[in-house]
Ligand binder design. Structure first.
Ligand code: ATP
Length: 238
């Protein structure tokens, strides 16, 4: 079996007295696309923020490449190959597409490699190439999501964390985003995908975890979960 890259054990996170994540365990192995699904308010974003050091842990452990990353900041994690595209994207709206992508490579010094990765991002996201000199703030939500993913890829991550990439997008853009997430996975990037769109997220995943009220309530091979009547009834709107 392939190596475990990211492991979350007994994770608890609270906002003051409100327990948002109540003891969660999951892992992501090298080469996998793992989807963490669940409805609004289940605690998915809180879990992502705890992994990337944006929220303190109440309890539990998070390890990456076999080493604890508890309390590490986002900058440190990107240097180690763990990059996150947050909910809401966070592109630099007053910078051009090219400048945003260059920002994603700020931890690197290998000019040649950066140029190659920029070309690869433009091949994966042709729309970004067409608009490379345009300000990011003038692009649509879906295009900004692609830019945020492209920017994260410019750090050449081993593991990419994606928080709700399809949120707020038109149906056509949702299709495009899932297609591109699958494509990036095929290029060899290990992905943890957080999504409310459960069926689409499971369709492209190897494994899935269902989160409900701060706990993991189900997990398994994505294909099996897709055909499980319990999962279909509870999460796939059937
Ligand atoms: P979404 O799809 O809306 O992002 P989610 O599964 O990611 O949902 P979280 O955003 O992690 O869920 O929220 C988990 C719980 O924590 C919810 O009950 C939410 O109301 C609560 N919560 C989230 N952020 C805060 C905050 N800043 N202060 C207090 N409670 C919060």
């Amino acid at each position: 079996m392939s190596q475990t890259l990211l492991k979350v054990s007994g994770l608890k996170v609270a906002y003051g007295g409100i327990q948002a994540v109540k003891g969660v365990d999951f892992e992501v192995r090298e080469g996998e696309l793992v989807s963490l699904i669940g409805s609004n308010g289940a605690g998915k974003t809180t879990t992502m923020k705890a992994i990337t050091g944006l929220l303190p842990l109440r309890d539990g452990e998070i390890s990456y490449l076999g080493e604890s990353i508890r309390g590490r900041g986002a900058w440190d994690l990107v240097k180690k190959g763990l990059a996150m595209v947050p909910e809401g994207r966070g592109v630099f709206t007053r910078m051009t597409i090219t400048e945003n992508l260059q920002m994603g490579a700020h931890i690197r010094k290998d000019k040649q490699g950066i140029a190659e990765d920029m070309e690869r991002v433009f091949t994966t996201f042709p729309r970004l190439k067409e608009r490379k000199d345009q300000l990011a703030g003038t692009m649509s939500g879906g295009e900004q999501q692609m830019l945020a993913m492209g920017r994260a890829l410019m750090s050449r991550p081993k593991v990419l964390l994606l928080d709700e990439p399809s949120m707020g997008l038109s149906p056509i853009m949702v299709d495009k985003i899932f297609e591109v997430v699958g494509e990036v996975h095929k290029q060899g990037v290990t992905i943890l995908l957080v999504e409310q769109n459960a069926s689409r997220a499971l369709e492209i995943a190897n494994r899935g975890y269902v989160m409900e009220s701060g706990l993991i309530t189900m997990n398994g091979q994505a294909q099996q979960m897709l055909s499980d009547p319990k999962v279909r009834a509870a999460y796939l709107g059937e």
